[in-house]
Design a protein around this ligand. Structure first.
Ligand code: HEM
Length: 402
């Protein structure tokens, strides 16, 4: 048995869903991978940490998404949170075939192909405005840069009025807290904010102005094909998944570059490696650390028998540092080859915004490289937020010279 005590930080991290400040999860992942790549926890959920087993689950139709309300069936104490969970059940992210394909198609046009071309100048324009270009200076990077770009891009996709942009960021924080502590344990203020969010999106999809402008961003199919509750829930989902994850990528990428400063210097002389650097940042500090599936029939995985209906937690952050797949996995290496990480998931639910997120990070990194000669992070300012599903920084103060 894995020696795990309720007072252990790792136990807290897995069970309570929050990591104590400064807790380094990667050495424990390594231990788990070596001995129990598929591990049954004392509280009943299965944890999968090897790259091979994570890919196997994601590519296998015997493991399906389990939507929040369905998962917590009957256990919601508060009526409001039960209703919110039902709204979240309509998300593309939590849907299963056959509805999944229809919803995914309705979103694809807004974030793939020609939409990326349309969004490129928006991304360049925002990066030009938010990256400081004075001779030298200092800033708190998360709030002044990393949080600004994704919200601007997502607002453009959602055809969101500019004056309401800040609301996406605030709602997105509430959703994250809901997934951290469970919707039922959210504060009254957070529940009220999420109810307001749902009302806002329901009104938005019914508004003739939004219906007209959304045709330009390719979201009109969503409003035309689905009822207003499903369309509104999915817009809220897009605001969350398109924003929060990318903020974390941008912050962690800069931190990794400061910790492996030779990589920053290498990128200065080899800008063609910028995309590699972004891919490596996704692998090295995966913004989405864990996702879940449910076994729809009894199934064997890495020698373990998983009964039907049990919950499987896929540790993407562990898989992306699996030494059996990535040589020297803890090193941030912008020249790494064959870097097929699972930070965007794989299979049916593979991230729809993968190319968009990479484009945002690439454009930001190129702008930083053009404007800053050197930079350093103030170590005392580094603060990771304590959520164990999404990994990202709350704070990162940097000083630069141009
Ligand atoms: C660094 C940034 C991002 C990361 C790490 C990330 C990660 C992920 C992961 C791991 C999944 C799969 C979840 C699962 O299988 O359960 C996913 C799904 C999804 N992502 Fe992203 N994502 C990012 C950015 C974005 C952006 C910018 C958008 C759109 C604006 C987006 C839209 C979506 C959508 C719509 C899905 C659901 C796809 C489906 O269920 O078929 N993501 N993302």
């Amino acid at each position: 048995m894995l020696d795990l005590h309720p007072e252990d930080e790792f136990f807290q991290y897995l069970k309570a869903g929050s990591a104590p400040p400064g807790f380094d999860v990667y050495p424990v992942f390594r231990k788990l991978q070596g001995r129990y790549p598929v591990w049954k926890s004392p509280w009943g959920d299965w944890y999968v940490s090897s790259y091979e087993a994570v890919c196997h689950v994601l590519m296998n139709r015997d493991f399906l998404q389990s939507p929040p309300a369905e998962r917590g069936a009957g256990s919601f104490v508060h009526e409001q949170t039960r209703d919110l969970a039902r709204d979240f059940d309509k998300w593309l992210l939590f849907s299963n075939p056959p509805q999944h394909a229809e919803l995914r198609r309705a979103f694809s046009r807004a974030v793939k192909g020609r939409s990326l071309k349309r969004l490129k100048p928006v991304i360049e324009d925002v990066c030009g405005k938010i990256v400081p270009d004075s001779d030298f200076g200092s800033c708190e990077f998360v709030d002044s840069v990393a949080r600004v770009l994704p919200v601007a891009v997502v607002s453009r996709i959602l055809c969101f009025p500019e004056e309401d942009q800040q609301r996406i960021s605030d709602w997105s924080d509430c959703i994250r807290r809901g997934f951290d502590v469970g919707l039922d344990s959210l504060s009254h203020e957070d529940v009220a904010a999420l109810e307001e969010m749902m009302t806002y999106f329901r009104d938005l999809v019914k508004s003739p102005t939004w219906r007209r402008v959304s045709a330009q961003s390719g979201l009109d199919e969503l409003a035309e094909t689905f009822d207003s509750k499903t369309a509104a829930s999915n817009l809220a989902m897009l605001a969350f998944v398109g924003h929060e994850t990318t903020v974390h990528l941008l912050g962690s990428m800069l931190l990794s570059l400061s910790e492996y400063y030779d990589a920053w210097q290498q990128l200065k002389s080899h800008p063609e490696l910028v995309k590699n650097a972004v891919i490596e940042a996704l692998r090295h500090q995966s913004p989405v650390q864990k996702i879940c599936r449910t076994a729809v029939r009894p199934i064997e995985l890495a020698g373990m028998r998983i009964p039907e209906g049990e919950m499987i937690v896929l540790l993407l952050g562990a898989a992306n540092r699996d030494p059996a797949r990535f040589p020297n996995p803890d090193r941030f290496d912008v020249t790494r080859r064959d870097n097929r990480h699972v930070a965007f998931g794989i299979g049916l639910h593979r991230c729809l915004g993968d190319n968009l997120a990479v484009l945002e990070a690439e454009t930001l990194l190129s702008t930083l490289l053009q404007r800053w000669k050197s930079f350093k992070v103030k170590p005392s300012s580094i603060s990771w937020h304590d959520n164990s599903s999404l990994r990202g920084l709350d704070r990162l103060c940097v000083e630069w010279t141009a």
